[in-house]
Write a protein that binds this ligand. Structure first.
Ligand code: GTR
Length: 328
């Protein structure tokens, strides 16, 4: 049977319209994550994807790319900002150079402990940090935990800032961290997370700093066997979404997406607590030489130049620093 052109074209356009409208309506997001499959953040981001699919009735799907396969963290952040990717689980450390408000959490020892960090982030300080990030194209949907970062190296226990003198220490890309190592007389080496293992192994750097789960999951403990509990940084992480993508959602969808991210954060925090313990046990069993630093005041005083420089560059952020310091 020959279908006349007159009949065909309305059919084709109807089919095209249907096809197109489904394509426009169904959002297929891509997400960046640096961690390995069993890491708390990875499990939680997969949960986020599952909740999005379920609650949007398949209208929003999120394909997560784990293990840093989509590139370094600074690249991932840039991709989410410009819309090459929609979603990322980012540490606020590498966001700091882009959004000065977010950099406040990278001031060494600004948080007394995890509880203090949670209270600050859940309150007015968190609002100001989120607003600063949103201005730069990143909407923080929820906060993940990342414990406290401490120094580790292949040479000796660190008990005072003097022990860091002359040491080559890997830091994340952020001038505040380079300043922190320089303030102790060490040589900072900003470098991507994926390069640290090899650099420690070959002696390109002597040490680095991170929480128990990252120290363990990366195998850094195999090549840098001294872990010194300085706990100098407590940096939260975000589930971030591209601001335009978020802005284009209906109010109901925005609420649904935020809620799904927050539920994934509840799971992440729960998994984090147990992973921090099991990672510590695992590295200790592997023979890591660990030392506490009961009095951290020498480290805290050494960090004064870091605060001075940050506040000189961002005088308008002094109230935010004070707000965090004064949060009970
Ligand atoms: C981890 C963090 C990663 C990354 C890494 C690093 O604790 O979860 O996002 O920032 O540290 O040191 O680069």
């Amino acid at each position: 049977m020959i279908i006349s052109n007159r009949l065909l074209s309305p059919l084709v356009s109807a089919a095209l319209c249907l096809g197109l409208s489904t394509a426009v309506q169904a959002a297929e997001w891509k997400g960046w994550n640096i961690h390995k499959p069993d890491y708390p953040n990875t499990v939680a981001m997969d949960k986020f994807a599952e909740l999005l699919d379920e609650r949007s009735g398949g209208k929003i799907t999120l394909k997560m790319f784990h293990s840093g396969v989509l590139g370094s963290q600074p690249d991932g952040i840039e991709q989410v900002r410009i819309g090459g990717l929609e979603i990322g689980n980012f540490n606020l450390g590498p966001i700091g150079p882009i959004a000065p408000e977010a950099n406040v959490v990278s001031l060494p020892f600004i948080f007394k402990d995890m509880g203090h960090m949670h209270r600050a982030l859940d309150g007015e300080a968190g609002e100001q940090i989120s607003a600063g990030m949103a201005k730069k194209g990143l909407v923080a949907l929820a906060w993940y935990d990342s414990g406290a970062r401490s120094f580790y190296n292949s040479k000796k226990p660190v008990t005072s800032p003097e022990d860091v003198v002359g040491m080559k220490v890997r830091v994340m890309n952020n001038d505040l961290y380079s300043g922190m190592i320089s303030a102790m007389g060490g040589n900072p080496s900003p470098m991507a997370f994926s390069e640290v293992y090899q650099s420690l192994k070959t002696g390109v750097v002597d040490g680095a700093e991170n929480n128990w789960p990252s120290y363990e999951s990366t195998g850094h403990f195999e090549v840098a066997g001294y872990y010194s509990l300085s706990q100098h940084l407590i940096i939260p992480e975000c589930v971030c979404i591209n601001a335009d993508v978020y802005g284009a959602l209906s109010a109901d969808d925005q609420a649904m997406v935020k809620q799904a991210a927050r539920e994934s954060a509840d799971l992440q925090r729960e998994l984090w607590e147990s992973r921090a313990i099991s990672s510590r046990e695992k590295v200790m069993a592997a023979g890591v030489k660990f030392n506490e630093i009961p009095d951290k005041s020498a480290f805290q005083s050494a960090m004064e130049p870091v605060y001075t420089k940050y506040l000189a560059a961002n005088p308008d952020l002094k109230p935010l620093v004070d707000l965090i310091k004064n949060t009970d």
